[in-house]
Design a protein around this ligand. Sequence first.
Ligand code: ATP
Length: 222
Amino acid sequence: IHTNSKNQDSQFKVTYDMIGGLNSQLKEIREIIELPLKQPELFKSYGIPPPRGVLLYGPPGTGKTMIARAVASEAGAYVSVINGPEIISKHPSIIFIDELDALCPKREGAQNEVEKRVVASLLTLMDGIGSEGSEGQVLVLGATNRPHALDAALRRPGRFDKEIEIGVPNAQDRLDILQKLLRKVPHLLTEAELLQLADSAHGYVGADMKALCNEAGESDLL
Ligand code: ATP
């Protein structure tokens, strides 16, 4: 899996049960992603083309990268760094492209020559997925905070044909995130205090909750 360097904790394996809130989104993602990877023959027998691309969109820090890591590890898929035609292989692969908008901005905008070529290559690449018996074995997972800044051609059927919003968590989701973040952290908070904390953290996304826990932990240690 190729993610950018801001994910300092990339050495840790992410599993679905570490992700707070987002229950319906995770269920949908697992159905979309795991079924074609694990049972491609099911799609073949029904004559349904498996999805080729899934776009996760939503504000920063809501768990898109985390989801990509969990998907890759739990699908048991071979994970590859983006490298043009090489990824069209017979291995089940998930290609994760973070900040897709930076790579593939709208073509009608001020796109330069390099950007134009990147968009064109990605389109060719995604159109090629599914040929030569690799159908359902390669999936491109993209993430963006700005879905409308993406080149529209990427969002057409056969490319990123599923779009899932990874939004700002509500109070219930924030509680779930907190509980998961604190699962292996020694703390003295009661259920009622956790509830109150989650309730008062309106507008916090997962990354903010994580920073909150880190800061509380640090001040405890010092
Ligand atoms: P960006 O749009 O900036 O790439 P992102 O949506 O990919 O952000 P992540 O990198 O997945 O966000 O989240 C950053 C960190 O915040 C995670 O490593 C995790 O510690 C915490 N976090 C975010 N969302 C959740 C969540 N739903 N449950 C548990 N932890 C979360």
